[in-house]
Design a protein around this ligand. Structure first.
Ligand code: GUN
Length: 297
Protein backbone atom coordinates (compact mmCIF):
# COMPACT_ATOMS: atom_id res chain seq x y z
CA UNK A 1 0.00 0.00 0.00
CA UNK A 2 1.20 3.51 -0.71
CA UNK A 3 0.75 6.27 1.86
CA UNK A 4 -1.73 9.07 1.24
CA UNK A 5 -0.04 12.42 0.57
CA UNK A 6 -0.94 15.27 2.89
CA UNK A 7 -0.63 18.18 0.49
CA UNK A 8 0.27 21.28 2.47
CA UNK A 9 0.27 23.47 -0.61
CA UNK A 10 -3.43 22.72 -1.19
CA UNK A 11 -4.43 23.15 2.46
CA UNK A 12 -2.48 26.43 2.58
CA UNK A 13 -4.42 27.69 -0.46
CA UNK A 14 -7.70 26.80 1.22
CA UNK A 15 -6.75 28.73 4.39
CA UNK A 16 -5.60 31.75 2.37
CA UNK A 17 -9.05 31.87 0.72
CA UNK A 18 -10.60 31.92 4.21
CA UNK A 19 -8.20 34.69 5.25
CA UNK A 20 -9.14 36.78 2.18
CA UNK A 21 -12.73 36.75 3.40
CA UNK A 22 -11.62 37.76 6.92
CA UNK A 23 -9.54 40.64 5.51
CA UNK A 24 -12.47 41.82 3.40
CA UNK A 25 -14.68 41.79 6.48
CA UNK A 26 -12.16 43.85 8.48
CA UNK A 27 -12.04 46.40 5.68
CA UNK A 28 -15.81 46.67 5.40
CA UNK A 29 -16.65 46.65 9.09
CA UNK A 30 -13.74 48.66 10.49
CA UNK A 31 -11.97 50.29 7.52
CA UNK A 32 -8.74 48.61 8.56
CA UNK A 33 -6.31 46.23 6.86
CA UNK A 34 -4.03 43.89 8.82
CA UNK A 35 -0.58 45.51 8.93
CA UNK A 36 2.62 43.48 8.84
CA UNK A 37 6.20 44.70 8.95
CA UNK A 38 9.04 42.33 8.17
CA UNK A 39 12.42 43.54 9.34
CA UNK A 40 15.42 42.12 7.51
CA UNK A 41 18.93 42.90 8.71
CA UNK A 42 21.77 42.30 6.27
CA UNK A 43 21.66 40.30 3.05
CA UNK A 44 21.55 36.58 3.82
CA UNK A 45 20.12 35.10 0.55
CA UNK A 46 17.95 32.51 2.34
CA UNK A 47 16.50 35.18 4.67
CA UNK A 48 15.90 37.51 1.71
CA UNK A 49 13.99 34.78 -0.07
CA UNK A 50 11.86 33.90 3.02
CA UNK A 51 11.03 37.55 3.64
CA UNK A 52 10.11 38.07 -0.02
CA UNK A 53 7.68 35.16 0.20
CA UNK A 54 6.13 36.59 3.39
CA UNK A 55 5.71 40.01 1.81
CA UNK A 56 4.20 38.51 -1.34
CA UNK A 57 1.66 36.53 0.71
CA UNK A 58 0.75 39.66 2.73
CA UNK A 59 0.35 41.68 -0.46
CA UNK A 60 -1.82 38.98 -2.11
CA UNK A 61 -4.17 38.99 0.89
CA UNK A 62 -4.60 42.77 0.81
CA UNK A 63 -2.60 43.53 3.95
CA UNK A 64 -0.86 46.82 4.65
CA UNK A 65 2.67 45.48 4.41
CA UNK A 66 6.02 47.09 5.01
CA UNK A 67 9.41 45.63 4.15
CA UNK A 68 12.09 47.23 6.31
CA UNK A 69 15.65 46.42 5.17
CA UNK A 70 18.45 47.40 7.51
CA UNK A 71 22.21 47.15 6.95
CA UNK A 72 24.38 44.57 8.71
CA UNK A 73 26.02 47.47 10.51
CA UNK A 74 22.85 48.49 12.42
CA UNK A 75 23.52 48.65 16.16
CA UNK A 76 21.46 46.83 18.76
CA UNK A 77 20.20 50.16 20.13
CA UNK A 78 19.13 51.31 16.67
CA UNK A 79 17.27 48.07 16.10
CA UNK A 80 15.58 48.37 19.51
CA UNK A 81 14.52 51.92 18.61
CA UNK A 82 13.09 50.67 15.32
CA UNK A 83 11.04 48.01 17.09
CA UNK A 84 9.81 50.58 19.59
CA UNK A 85 8.60 52.69 16.65
CA UNK A 86 6.65 49.76 15.16
CA UNK A 87 5.29 48.85 18.61
CA UNK A 88 3.68 52.31 18.68
CA UNK A 89 2.63 52.40 15.00
CA UNK A 90 -1.18 51.99 14.83
CA UNK A 91 -1.09 50.73 11.24
CA UNK A 92 1.22 47.85 12.14
CA UNK A 93 -0.39 44.89 13.91
CA UNK A 94 2.33 42.30 13.38
CA UNK A 95 6.11 42.67 13.67
CA UNK A 96 8.43 40.00 12.32
CA UNK A 97 12.19 40.28 12.71
CA UNK A 98 13.77 37.72 10.41
CA UNK A 99 16.33 35.49 12.09
CA UNK A 100 19.26 34.98 12.25
CA UNK A 101 20.49 38.44 13.22
CA UNK A 102 24.15 39.57 12.95
CA UNK A 103 26.41 38.38 15.77
CA UNK A 104 26.79 41.81 17.40
CA UNK A 105 23.02 41.96 18.02
CA UNK A 106 21.53 40.05 20.95
CA UNK A 107 18.69 38.12 19.35
CA UNK A 108 16.92 37.43 22.65
CA UNK A 109 16.94 41.12 23.58
CA UNK A 110 15.40 42.01 20.21
CA UNK A 111 12.67 39.38 20.39
CA UNK A 112 11.81 40.42 23.97
CA UNK A 113 11.39 44.02 22.81
CA UNK A 114 8.50 43.19 20.46
CA UNK A 115 5.09 43.99 21.96
CA UNK A 116 3.62 40.51 22.72
CA UNK A 117 0.34 41.64 21.10
CA UNK A 118 2.26 42.23 17.84
CA UNK A 119 4.44 39.12 18.11
CA UNK A 120 3.12 37.18 15.10
CA UNK A 121 6.06 34.74 15.27
CA UNK A 122 5.00 33.90 18.86
CA UNK A 123 8.63 33.84 19.99
CA UNK A 124 8.20 36.28 22.92
CA UNK A 125 8.33 34.49 26.31
CA UNK A 126 4.88 35.84 27.18
CA UNK A 127 3.46 34.04 24.16
CA UNK A 128 5.55 30.91 24.79
CA UNK A 129 4.23 30.83 28.36
CA UNK A 130 0.62 31.33 27.26
CA UNK A 131 1.00 28.45 24.84
CA UNK A 132 2.24 26.13 27.58
CA UNK A 133 -0.73 26.91 29.85
CA UNK A 134 -3.23 26.56 27.02
CA UNK A 135 -4.05 30.27 26.71
CA UNK A 136 -2.24 31.16 23.50
CA UNK A 137 -3.20 34.25 21.52
CA UNK A 138 -0.65 33.33 18.86
CA UNK A 139 0.81 29.97 17.94
CA UNK A 140 4.28 29.76 16.39
CA UNK A 141 3.88 29.42 12.63
CA UNK A 142 5.46 26.06 11.79
CA UNK A 143 3.88 24.14 14.70
CA UNK A 144 0.52 25.81 13.96
CA UNK A 145 0.86 24.68 10.34
CA UNK A 146 1.63 21.12 11.44
CA UNK A 147 -1.43 21.00 13.70
CA UNK A 148 -3.70 22.42 10.97
CA UNK A 149 -2.40 19.84 8.49
CA UNK A 150 -3.07 17.01 10.92
CA UNK A 151 -6.56 18.24 11.82
CA UNK A 152 -7.64 19.14 8.29
CA UNK A 153 -6.48 15.73 7.05
CA UNK A 154 -9.01 14.13 9.38
CA UNK A 155 -6.35 12.54 11.59
CA UNK A 156 -7.51 11.91 15.18
CA UNK A 157 -5.08 13.28 17.76
CA UNK A 158 -7.02 12.48 20.97
CA UNK A 159 -5.36 9.52 22.64
CA UNK A 160 -2.85 9.17 19.80
CA UNK A 161 0.78 8.33 20.51
CA UNK A 162 2.71 11.28 19.09
CA UNK A 163 6.47 11.13 18.83
CA UNK A 164 8.36 14.34 18.03
CA UNK A 165 11.97 14.03 16.90
CA UNK A 166 13.75 17.32 17.67
CA UNK A 167 13.50 19.70 20.64
CA UNK A 168 14.05 23.13 19.08
CA UNK A 169 12.31 26.20 20.46
CA UNK A 170 10.80 26.87 17.02
CA UNK A 171 9.33 23.42 16.26
CA UNK A 172 9.88 20.49 18.65
CA UNK A 173 9.07 22.07 22.02
CA UNK A 174 6.04 24.09 20.88
CA UNK A 175 4.39 21.33 18.81
CA UNK A 176 4.83 18.89 21.71
CA UNK A 177 3.18 21.38 24.08
CA UNK A 178 0.36 22.13 21.64
CA UNK A 179 -0.55 18.48 21.06
CA UNK A 180 -0.69 17.62 24.74
CA UNK A 181 -3.17 20.40 25.58
CA UNK A 182 -6.66 19.53 26.71
CA UNK A 183 -8.14 20.92 23.51
CA UNK A 184 -9.55 20.10 20.09
CA UNK A 185 -6.86 18.85 17.72
CA UNK A 186 -4.72 17.85 20.72
CA UNK A 187 -5.18 15.52 23.74
CA UNK A 188 -2.32 13.34 22.51
CA UNK A 189 0.27 11.39 24.49
CA UNK A 190 3.50 13.06 23.47
CA UNK A 191 7.10 11.87 23.56
CA UNK A 192 9.94 14.19 22.55
CA UNK A 193 13.16 12.59 21.26
CA UNK A 194 16.48 14.39 20.88
CA UNK A 195 20.20 13.86 20.38
CA UNK A 196 20.60 12.28 23.84
CA UNK A 197 17.61 9.91 23.53
CA UNK A 198 18.80 6.31 23.91
CA UNK A 199 16.83 4.51 21.19
CA UNK A 200 15.03 6.94 18.91
CA UNK A 201 14.01 4.20 16.46
CA UNK A 202 12.19 2.28 19.22
CA UNK A 203 10.24 5.42 20.19
CA UNK A 204 9.51 6.30 16.58
CA UNK A 205 8.11 2.82 15.89
CA UNK A 206 5.45 3.34 18.59
CA UNK A 207 4.14 6.54 17.01
CA UNK A 208 0.66 6.86 15.51
CA UNK A 209 1.76 10.37 14.51
CA UNK A 210 5.49 10.88 13.90
CA UNK A 211 6.69 14.49 13.63
CA UNK A 212 10.26 14.82 12.41
CA UNK A 213 12.23 18.04 12.87
CA UNK A 214 15.69 16.52 13.25
CA UNK A 215 17.57 18.74 10.78
CA UNK A 216 19.24 15.82 9.00
CA UNK A 217 18.30 14.70 5.49
CA UNK A 218 16.51 11.32 5.42
CA UNK A 219 17.14 10.70 9.11
CA UNK A 220 14.00 8.57 9.52
CA UNK A 221 14.10 5.33 7.53
CA UNK A 222 11.17 3.13 6.60
CA UNK A 223 11.88 0.65 9.40
CA UNK A 224 11.45 3.41 12.01
CA UNK A 225 7.82 3.92 11.04
CA UNK A 226 4.85 1.99 12.39
CA UNK A 227 2.69 0.61 9.53
CA UNK A 228 -0.18 3.02 8.87
CA UNK A 229 1.32 5.90 10.90
CA UNK A 230 0.91 9.55 9.93
CA UNK A 231 4.32 11.09 9.22
CA UNK A 232 4.90 14.84 9.28
CA UNK A 233 8.26 15.80 7.78
CA UNK A 234 9.39 19.27 8.87
CA UNK A 235 12.89 18.98 7.36
CA UNK A 236 14.16 21.13 4.53
CA UNK A 237 17.68 20.06 3.59
CA UNK A 238 19.46 21.24 0.49
CA UNK A 239 21.37 18.18 -0.76
CA UNK A 240 22.64 19.61 -4.04
CA UNK A 241 21.78 21.58 -7.14
CA UNK A 242 20.40 20.57 -10.52
CA UNK A 243 22.37 21.33 -13.69
CA UNK A 244 20.19 24.48 -13.98
CA UNK A 245 21.22 25.54 -10.46
CA UNK A 246 17.87 24.74 -8.81
CA UNK A 247 18.06 23.61 -5.19
CA UNK A 248 17.46 19.89 -4.59
CA UNK A 249 15.55 19.56 -1.31
CA UNK A 250 15.10 16.52 0.88
CA UNK A 251 13.13 16.16 4.07
CA UNK A 252 14.19 14.51 7.33
CA UNK A 253 12.36 11.34 6.25
CA UNK A 254 13.49 8.87 3.57
CA UNK A 255 10.40 9.59 1.52
CA UNK A 256 10.29 6.58 -0.83
CA UNK A 257 10.80 4.12 2.02
CA UNK A 258 8.19 5.90 4.17
CA UNK A 259 5.65 5.79 1.32
CA UNK A 260 5.62 2.00 1.54
CA UNK A 261 4.96 1.88 5.30
CA UNK A 262 3.12 5.02 6.44
CA UNK A 263 -0.61 5.61 6.18
CA UNK A 264 -0.14 9.28 5.28
CA UNK A 265 2.87 11.56 4.82
CA UNK A 266 3.66 15.20 4.11
CA UNK A 267 5.98 15.61 1.09
CA UNK A 268 9.03 17.90 0.91
CA UNK A 269 8.61 20.33 -0.73
CA UNK A 270 4.87 21.02 -0.70
CA UNK A 271 4.05 19.74 2.81
CA UNK A 272 4.70 21.73 5.98
CA UNK A 273 6.61 24.53 4.18
CA UNK A 274 3.67 26.30 2.51
CA UNK A 275 1.71 26.15 5.77
CA UNK A 276 4.26 28.19 7.74
CA UNK A 277 3.78 31.47 5.87
CA UNK A 278 0.03 30.92 5.79
CA UNK A 279 -0.05 30.68 9.57
CA UNK A 280 1.95 33.91 9.79
CA UNK A 281 -0.81 35.54 7.74
CA UNK A 282 -3.43 34.03 10.07
CA UNK A 283 -1.57 35.41 13.10
CA UNK A 284 -1.47 38.87 11.50
CA UNK A 285 -5.23 38.86 10.91
CA UNK A 286 -5.60 37.83 14.55
CA UNK A 287 -3.25 40.62 15.64
CA UNK A 288 -5.47 43.10 13.82
CA UNK A 289 -8.46 41.76 15.74
CA UNK A 290 -6.51 41.97 19.03
CA UNK A 291 -5.74 45.62 18.19
CA UNK A 292 -9.43 46.38 17.53
CA UNK A 293 -10.44 44.67 20.77
CA UNK A 294 -7.87 46.75 22.63
CA UNK A 295 -9.59 49.87 21.31
CA UNK A 296 -12.92 48.55 22.57
CA UNK A 297 -14.25 47.77 19.07
N1 GUN B 1 14.19 32.36 10.39
C1 GUN B 1 13.91 31.07 10.08
N2 GUN B 1 12.66 30.76 10.43
C2 GUN B 1 12.12 31.88 10.97
C3 GUN B 1 10.83 32.19 11.51
O1 GUN B 1 9.93 31.36 11.57
N3 GUN B 1 10.67 33.46 11.96
C4 GUN B 1 11.67 34.37 11.91
N4 GUN B 1 11.41 35.58 12.40
N5 GUN B 1 12.87 34.12 11.42
C5 GUN B 1 13.08 32.88 10.94
Amino acid sequence: MTARLIKGAEVAKEIREELKVAVQRLREAHGVAPGLVTVLVGSNPASESYVRAKQQAAHDLGFYSVQDNQPDSISEDQLLALIDRYNRDERIHGILVQLPLPKHVNETKILYAIDPDKDVDAFHPVNVGKLVIGQADYLPCTPAGIQELIVRSGVETAGAEVVVIGRSNIVGKPIANMLLQKAKGANATVTVCHTRTKDIAAHARRADILIVAAGTAEYVKGDMIKPGAVVVDVGVNEVGRTAEGKRILKGDVAFNEALEVAGAITPVPGGVGPMTITMLMKNTVRACNVHLRGKGV
